[in-house]
Design a binder for this molecule. Structure first.
Ligand code: LLP
Length: 444
């Protein structure tokens, strides 16, 4: 990993390297994405709003297909899902990783073929399992011993459901402790160290209505280094070899999960997909050759790396306040539309749009409108000294784990999602309104 750098200072506040490729500078301080002026979107759809560049999503899918021509690429729906998104993913030839009946059913209503879906979850509800079997998902990933019999019991007589077993390969990786899933001290997967993975595998092999196609792992999220994936690959093949010895079963599939890291601010490292594909593929072939196993078909499950770079959040500045040495710029959204800074200490690079400014850049803290001090969207960022109420701020890298993690905190209402494509903007998900809150509140 490269050393941390004061990226804003090195790159300058006008750096567009983490913006969608279609981003263009327009006269008078305006920016467009997908051929649409962001200020026009703010006027038409109000703020806060998420903007999603359809072509950026599609291009990222194509980059994955090109980097992993012989693998299955599943988009992890938890990063962001809407019916349009499901359609783009389907049209670009990717599969879908879902982790609830909700994600599964929404994608199916958009016409996504269930056979190209994989269902995950450390605690699958009866409805998750029933929906997956009824709609015919391609694979179910077993994450705990108790669900093996529950899944098998719901499979129709004469049918076989393909499943995988989620294994914890003992690799620590990821951008924050809360999103590291490769070691034994967290809730996901089954460990080969204490034998629970082997026991679950034996249990699945004993179920005539389940067909075990292979093993799965997901070591963490926002990983910017290839090395942890290579170690995990080696260990997964090691376990496959032990299973072959014990049960004489050869797996035809290996799912190495997602977690591919992106740069949220200019100058930050990201995971290079071509390098990942080449080195992980090389490691898989070499480890299998050494173990005398045929090379299984590889699956990868990127979420963030497909969606995050396609999104931009638009906010209106509501207040600017100087407290001590800090300039607080308060906007009309906050932790309800982006809980990531509060949860993971995530850093973003907002910028002023919609008017020119020649004022000196100064260090500012962009905060939300919610009633708690932890509602900070971006610490220590550079904004022009003359930023004032009514200004528009835009935050790139907003396409993943923002709307999907948004809340109704303070009943502010979740922002709409507006797709931009070839010069046109269209509403994908409407804004959550007072009416929505009133309708859910049925208990007077
Ligand atoms: N596959 C599995 C089984 C997963 O659990 C996840 C993410 C992915 C794939 C996709 O990971 P990605 O490529 O997006 O890193 N809310 C956190 C991230 C949580 C990730 C959970 N699992 C955040 O905002 O950083």
């Amino acid at each position: 990993m490269s050393a941390p750098v004061l990226t804003e200072f090195l790159a300058g506040p006008d750096d567009l390297s983490v913006w969608p490729a279609s981003t263009a500078r327009l006269p008078h301080g305006h920016l467009s994405v997908g051929g649409v002026s962001l200020a026009d979107i703010a006027d038409r759809f109000d703020t806060p709003a998420y903007v999603l560049d359809e072509e950026e999503v599609r291009a990222r899918c194509r980059t994955y297909r090109a980097a992993f021509p012989d693998a299955d690429v599943l988009y992890a729906a938890k990063a962001f899902l809407s019916r349009a998104m499901a359609r783009w993913i389907e049209e670009e030839g990717l599969g879908l990783d879902v982790c609830s009946a909700g994600e599964l059913e929404l994608a199916v209503t958009a016409g996504f073929p269930p056979a190209r879906m994989v269902l995950h979850g450390n605690a699958k509800s009866p409805r998750d399992i029933e929906t997956a079997l009824r709609l015919g998902v391609g694979r179910i990933v077993v994450d705990s011993p108790s669900e093996i019999a529950r899944i098998a019991a719901l499979v129709d007589p004469g049918e076989r459901q393909k499943v995988m077993v989620r294994v914890v390969p003992g690799v620590s990786a990821g951008g924050h402790q809360k999103i590291r899933t490769g070691t034994d001290d967290q809730k996901f997967g089954l460990s080969p160290t204490d034998g629970s993975a082997q026991r679950a595998i034996a249990q699945v092999l004993g179920q005539s209505r389940l067909e075990l196609t292979g093993l799965h792992c997901h070591i963490g999220s926002q990983i910017t280094d290839v090395e942890p994936y290579l170690v995990a690959t080696r260990r997964m093949v090691g376990l496959m070899a032990r299973i072959k010895d014990t049960h004489d079963v050869t797996f035809t599939e290996l799912d190495m999960g997602g977690g591919h890291g992106v740069a949220y601010r200019p100058g930050e490292p990201s995971l290079d997909l071509t390098t990942l594909a080449r080195r992980m593929g090389g490691e898989l072939s070499a480890s299998c050759a050494a173990a005398g196993l045929p090379v299984p078909r590889l699956t990868v499950e990127p979420g963030r790396a497909v969606a995050a770079p396609a999104g931009v959040t638009l906010y209106r500045v509501l207040a600017v306040k100087h407290t001590g040495t800090t300039m607080f710029v308060a906007v009309d959204g906050g932790m309800s539309d982006n809980p990531r800074p509060a949860l993971y200490g995530a850093r973003y690079a907002p910028r002023l749009i919609g008017r020119p400014s020649t004022a000196e850049p100064v260090t500012a803290t962009v905060v939300g409108r919610h009633c708690e001090a932890g509602d900070v969207l971006a610490n220590d960022v550079l904004l022009p000294d003359d930023v004032h109420a009514g200004d528009l701020l835009a935050v790139p890298m907003a396409g993943a784990y923002q709307l999907s993690m948004a809340s109704a905190y303070n009943l502010v209402g979740r922002p709409p999602v507006i797709a931009v494509h070839e010069g046109a903007a269209r509403l994908l998900v409407r804004r959550e309104t007072q009416d929505d809150f009133r309708r859910r509140d049925v208990g007077v």
